[in-house]
Design a protein around this ligand. Structure first.
Ligand SMILES: [Zn+2]
Length: 230
């Protein structure tokens, strides 16, 4: 802060908060070093002074000093956060590939027969259409080129999601169907275990008891006459 900038801020703050006493103005000179040690600018202080005038009236000198210090620090923290967010915004999160550039777990084309994903349900990965995916793709192409120039074994082909969808448009539906099948399988397992738990082993005690009970129930009960014949 130049001397002029400082003087202009002191005047601004004093006017705004009706500080007219010489002793107060001299006291404020002590603050200059504090602010300058934190690289506070006259502009930041001006904003803090204005803000102070809009809050609950503060009439203690020490309150003014603390408010100014804290307000500028707070503004700087907010700006740092905003700058970080803006930076991250350039690489906005892609839900399709979860920010990795590769979409994993899609049905492998080998196991897609007439639009159906079939056993053994193998999976593969394709390159995403987001900026991360583009980066991944160009790295892949450089590798292909490098291997070709060195006569090395060629890289396996790597489809992008757009190329993949031309061959298998229904992949999302296939994944959903698979999920349903997986759930049905889980339910069948659970219910089977439940039968085991409740009814014991197949063909042993349970069924023997049932057969015995059935035999007793079907046996004819001798009729008891209404009156004693003797
Ligand atoms: Zn992506």
């Amino acid at each position: 802060m130049t001397t002029d900038e400082w003087a202009s801020w002191v005047e601004y703050h004093a006017t705004l908060h009706r500080i007219a006493d010489d002793q107060d103005l001299r006291m404020m000179q002590l603050w200059r070093e504090v602010f300058e040690s934190r690289n506070y600018t006259a502009e930041e202080l001006r904003a803090a002074s204005l803000h102070l005038s809009m809050t609950q009236p503060k009439t203690w000198r020490s309150e003014h000093l603390e408010f100014l210090l804290e307000h500028v620090a707070g503004r700087r923290r907010q700006e740092a956060v905003a700058a970080r967010h803006a930076e991250q915004g350039e690489y906005s999160y892609c839900a399709l590939c979860r920010g990795s550039g590769l979409i994993g777990g899609v049905p492998h084309l080998t196991d897609v027969k007439s639009g159906e994903w079939v056993h053994p349900f193998r999976r593969g990965a394709v390159v995403c259409r987001c900026s991360k995916g583009a980066g991944w793709r160009s790295g892949y192409e450089q590798n292909v080129e490098r291997r070709r120039s060195k006569n090395l074994r060629p890289m396996p082909p790597q489809l992008t999601i757009d190329e993949y969808e031309l061959r298998n448009a229904g992949w999302k539906m296939q994944l959903e169907d698979f999920e349903q099948k997986r759930k049905a399988e889980k339910r069948a397992r659970e219910e089977t275990r439940e039968h085991d738990r409740k009814r014991g082993r197949i063909g042993l005690i349970g069924s023997v008891v049932e057969r015995v009970v059935a035999k007793v129930e079907s046996a004819t009960v001798p009729e008891v006459p209404d009156e004693c014949p003797f």
